[in-house]
Structures are given as structure tokens and as C-alpha cells.
Ligand binder design. Structure first.
Ligand code: NAD
Length: 445
């Protein structure tokens, strides 16, 4: 099948490479000439395990092409995927400017029938809105070319995106048109081989499914974080409580790890967007609003622990914190809405120096938050410890899970660890001579 993918970020490039891997001919369009140049040179501009080799192989074998010109892509394809960003607008609602721009260009340039597939996460009603834009542009040209707009939200996780795309839990296709459903079923058949995995539903239900899924996951995180915060106050241990509740098959263990709050390019904006959509339709989404509020507070919890520890010793001003992990989670270079940024901002604002290290996000962090006064980004996990007054662990990278405790102790001014991901056993940290503070578990002093 000939497919055009507009927007080659985490979702677009992964989709493109995986579709190409199955023998389809894919043309990727991006407005950013730097991105297209990089991809044409056989390099990948984002970090995603397994993606580079997939892109390289399919480019070399002539199934994956890159361009900045949407007309090129449109001409050759029956199906056009919109995979551009849908950031949070100033009012918390989803900003559709990039989606609108693509829709306008499609309407202005298409010469033959198309199935336009919205894969970006967009509010309910966006497919109708995209349909209106395309129809309006066609009308301006005096053209009457048939097209359908389908919703096909994406559920991949950064850090495991290729695997998720190749073996999805489900593929959601929102359309009222049988022919569009047939084409999408054919395109996805290598990925969703059992028939039940591809769920066809109404367009609005498909759009809502994406928000409902992300809000459910965010709710689980905020729930366990709230439980952790209560545990700290009543002398309970959230790890034990998690084991106790997760064993109930109605609850389960997944996605109930306490920590420093969720970040990234999806949960924070999607939670806010659904609150906005609900408001627009006269509904006050109280539960989802609380999920958002709990998370906003949780992002400051580690900095608060650092402040509270140093308070009796004259505060954090003039001290240095070593920080492990800047990415919003492990296995990605994405630092959008990362909790580490909040920790860094909170503490540098009080005059603390932060020496940070991330296994893959250092470069992106230098571009996006490198200007923060008091922040220094270094290239080694142990270099940041030299002369620091404490270590804070913010991202759950594997390489932080079993570090050399003796080395940490030797390099730090004092053996103090603030663990925002509960990566270490408190007993072990105590035995190794550390003061150790984690989330929802009794501190080791
Ligand atoms: P991204 O920011 O990584 O990539 C978007 C790309 O679109 C950029 O390269 C940008 O240059 C390009 N672009 C913008 N306007 C364009 C235009 N008019 N024409 C061509 N290209 C254009 O975004 P992402 O993280 O891949 O997310 C894309 C969408 O998918 C969002 O709606 C997001 O919510 C959703 N989503 C993301 C994830 C994820 O884990 N990142 C998972 C599921 C869904």
C-alpha cells in the first residue's frame, strides 16, 4: 500500500518504519527541513530503541522516503496519516494548529480520493473539524474529490514504541465508512492478526478512547502517589501496600508504582485536554481534575524533601545536588513535562546548584533547560557526585538501579540519597551508611 505520513516525530516515524517493514511504500513528510535532512542521511533525530536500524533498512530497501513537500506525499498515496504534535494550548486545551495546517494543505493539494487518518491525539469532534477544513479548501478550488476522515489514535509508549507498534494490545479505527475500515484493516493486518485486536467504532468514540485510556493510566499513577503520601504520614510502607492491593485481580500490579509524578508529551496534556473538553460541554470532570492536581504537586515532592532535610542546617542555598535522570522516564530522550525539570527549577531558585546527568537526554536537556542558572549537565553518572551534598534520583534508568554504593559514598560530601523512583531497598541503603529518603516508605536517617 502507498501511505503518506505527515509529521515524523515519535509517533510518525515509528508508524512509518513499522508500516514500511511490512512491505508498504511510505513517504514521510515533515515541515522541519533539519529533521528530513537527518533522516535522509540515514540518521534518526530521536532516541527510540530499535528505530534507527528499522529506518535504515527500509530506507535502503526503498520503502521509506522523506520529504518536506506534502504534495509529493499526497500524490503517491491513497492513505494519509496525520501524526503532528497536538500540544497543550495556553488555556490547557488541545492546540490544533498543526493538525489544521495539514488539513488545509491536504484540501489545497489533493487530486484523487484519500483516506485521511488522524493518529495525533485530538479532542472529540476533530475528525468532523478536519473534514470541514478539507471540504472548504476543495470548495475554494471548485473541486469535488471524495475523501474520508478516520480516527486511529496511537497507544505506543516512548521507550518501547517499536515493540508496541509491532505488537499492539489493540488497534482502534474510528469510522462510519466500510471501505475506509477495510483499507485500515488491510494495512494493520500484519500487526493485529487476531481479528479482535482491531476494533472498529464510531469516530467520536475512537477519539474519546484515547483520552479515556490516558486519563485512566494517569489516574492510577496519581492514586498510588496519593496513597504513598498518606503512607508517609501514617508510618505505612507503600511498597507493602502496593503488594497488598495489586494481588487483587480487579486492581493488578501494573501502573501503580509511586514516584515523582507523570510527565512526557502525553499524559499531562491529554488529562488537561479532557478536562477542557468536558468543561466545553458543561461537565465538571472532578476526578480527572484531581488527578491533574495531585500530579502537579507530586512533581515538587522530591525538591520538598531535599529542602526539608537541609532546612535545619541553614537551607539549600550554596549547596550542590547531584541529579540522576532528566528524561521523563527511562529509555527515552524526551524531557517534555519531565519531573526533573521541576526539581531543578525548585532548587536552583533557592540558590542550590544542580549537577545533572542523563544517559541519553543530556543533549536535549542542554537545548531546552540548559539556560537555568545553577544547572550544570555532565557526561557521567559518577562525575556529578563529586563534591555534591546529596544525590537525587529522578528517572528510572536501568543503569541507576544497581550503582556502586561505595563509590557514591566516597564522592558525595555526605551519604544522602533522595530517591524519586523507589529504586533501592531502604534496609540496604541503611546498612551501607546512607541517609535515604524515598516515596511513601519510612525514611532511613
Ligand atoms: P513530535 O513533536 O515528536 O513530532 C511531531 C512532528 O510533526 C515534528 O517533527 C514536526 O516538525 C512535525 N510537524 C508539525 N507540523 C507539521 C506540518 N504542518 N506538516 C508536517 N509536519 C509537521 O510529536 P509526537 O510525540 O510524535 O506526537 C504526535 C501526536 O501523537 C500527538 O498528538 C501526541 O499526543 C500523539 N501521541 C504521542 C505519543 C508519544 O509517546 N509521543 C503516543 C501516542 C500518541
Amino acid at each position: 500500500m502507498n501511505v503518506c505520513i505527515v509529521g515524523t516525530g515519535y509517533v510518525g516515524l515509528v508508524s512509518a518504519a513499522c508500516f514500511a517493514e511490512m512491505g508498504n511504500n511510505i513517504i514521510c513528510v515533515d515541515v522541519n527541513p533539519k529533521v528530513v535532512e537527518t533522516l535522509e542521511a540515514g540518521k534518526v533525530h530521536i532516541f527510540e530503541p530499535g528505530l534507527e536500524e528499522l529506518v535504515k533498512r527500509n530506507t535502503q530497501e526503498g520503502r521509506l522516503h522523506f520529504t518536506t513537500d506534502l504534495k509529493d506525499g499526497l500524490e503517491q498515496s491513497q492513505v494519509v496519516f496525520i501524526t503532528v504534535g497536538t500540544p497543550c494550548g495556553a488555556d490547557g486545551r488541545c492546540d490544533l494548529k498543526y493538525v489544521d495546517a495539514v488539513a488545509r494543505e491536504v484540501g489545497q493539494s489533493m487530486k484523487s480520493p484519500k483516506i485521511v487518518v488522524d493518529k495525533s491525539t485530538v479532542p472529540v469532534g476533530t475528525a468532523d473539524h478536519v473534514r470541514e477544513i478539507i471540504a472548504g479548501e476543495l470548495a475554494k478550488r471548485g473541486e469535488d474529490i471524495s475523501f474520508d476522515v478516520v480516527s486511529n489514535p496511537e497507544f505506543l509508549k516512548e521507550g518501547d514504541a517499536v515493540n508496541d507498534f509491532m505488537k499492539p494490545d489493540r488497534v482502534i479505527v474510528g469510522t462510519e465508512d466500510e471501505e475506509s475500515a477495510k483499507v485500515l484493516r488491510a494495512l494493520y493486518s500484519p500487526f493485529a492478526r487476531s481479528r479482535e485486536k482491531l476494533i472498529v467504532m464510531g469516530v467520536r468514540s475512537a477519539e474519546m478512547t484515547k483520552y479515556a485510556a490516558n486519563c485512566m493510566l494517569a489516574t492510577k499513577i496519581s492514586f498510588i502517589n496519593e496513597v504513598a503520601n498518606i503512607c508517609e504520614r501514617v508510618g505505612a510502607n507503600v511498597t507493602e501496600v502496593r503488594a497488598g492491593i495489586g494481588s487483587d485481580s480487579r486492581i493488578g500490579y501494573s501502573f501503580i508504582y509511586p514516584g515523582v509524578g507523570y510527565g512526557g508529551s502525553c499524559f499531562p496534556k491529554d488529562v488537561k485536554a479532557l478536562i477542557g473538553t468536558a468543561n466545553d460541554h458543561g461537565y465538571n470532570a472532578r476526578l480527572i481534575r484531581s488527578v491533574d492536581e495531585v500530579n502537579d504537586d507530586q512533581k515538587h515532592i522530591l525538591a520538598d524533601k531535599v529542602k526539608a532535610y537541609f532546612e535545619p542546617q541553614g537551607g539549600v542555598q550554596g549547596r550542590t545536588l547531584a541529579l540522576w535522570g532528566i528524561a521523563f522516564k527511562a529509555n527515552t530522550d524526551d524531557i517534555r513535562e519531565a519531573s526533573a525539570t521541576e526539581v531543578i527549577k525548585d532548587l536552583t531558585a533557592l540558590g542550590m546548584k544542580v549537577k545533572a546527568y542523563d544517559p541519553v537526554a543530556n543533549e536535549r536537556a542542554r537545548e531546552e533547560i540548559g539556560h537555568i542558572e545553577g544547572l550544570e549537565i555532565l557526561e557521567s553518572q559518577y562525575d556529578v557526585l563529586q563534591g555534591a551534598d546529596a544525590l537525587a534520583v529522578v528517572t528510572d534508568w536501568n543503569q541507576f538501579r544497581n550503582p556502586d554504593l561505595d563509590r557514591i559514598k566516597a564522592l558525595l560530601n555526605a551519604p544522602i540519597v533522595f530517591d524519586g523512583r523507589n529504586l533501592y531497598l531502604p534496609e540496604r541503603m541503611g546498612q551501607a551508611g546512607f541517609a535515604y529518603f524515598s516515596i511513601g516508605r519510612p525514611p532511613v536517617k
